[in-house]
Design a protein. Structure first.
Length: 180
């Protein structure tokens, strides 16, 4: 139960390319973390165009400064993929907004502020692993196994689910209710 990070990155890259992206930046706040490296690798493969990995630390101020510097130094970058909404997605969207350019920003995972950025048109989408399903479905599977001997025969993906502007408001409402 969960999300394959490479496949999620690939889906995000394909979506951003279909939205017109031609030169991408993958903001990796922990180069060497296998899951994050897979996210960037999948993004690059799905995007199909030039992608630069921007290594940063876990400091949102540094992330914002580095994304802004990258955007200022390469006017062809029109797409930014962040690997965590609260940590990297929010400062990346802020940097893109401050650049005065039309730059698409997407991020893995969810945060209340990043979801609002999607609603406000400051970000393209977030990649949701659907953690509610990751907790609920294993319990349901175990109950069905105990009662009826039924169990899925393989991996059960809970993501990627792309939360775009048409769904972000609903996710915000459901999060406030403790469902998402």
């Amino acid at each position: 139960m969960g999300q394959d990070e490479y496949d999620a990155g690939k889906a995000a890259g394909e979506k951003l390319a279909s939205m017109g992206g031609s030169r991408g930046l993958c903001v990796n706040h922990e180069v060497g973390n296998v899951a994050l490296d897979l996210r960037c690798s999948g993004f690059a493969d799905g995007f199909g165009n030039a992608v630069t990995v921007l290594p940063t630390t876990n400091d949102p101020a540094e992330i914002k400064a580095k994304v802004r510097a990258a955007l200022d130094s390469d006017q062809d970058i029109d797409t930014v993929m962040a690997l965590g909404a609260g940590l990297a997605g929010e400062p990346s969207a802020e940097a893109a907004g401050e650049s005065g350019r039309d730059v698409m920003v997407a991020s893995f995972d969810l945060s209340a502020n990043f979801l609002q950025m999607i609603v406000d048109g400051k970000a393209a989408f977030a990649i949701d692993q659907q953690q509610f399903l990751q907790g609920y479905l294993p319990v349901a599977f175990l109950a069905m196994n105990a009662e009826y001997g039924l169990m899925p025969g393989g991996n059960v993906p809970s993501g990627p689910n792309l939360v775009t502007a048409d769904k972000a408001g609903q996710v915000i409402d459901l999060s406030a209710k403790g469902i998402r």
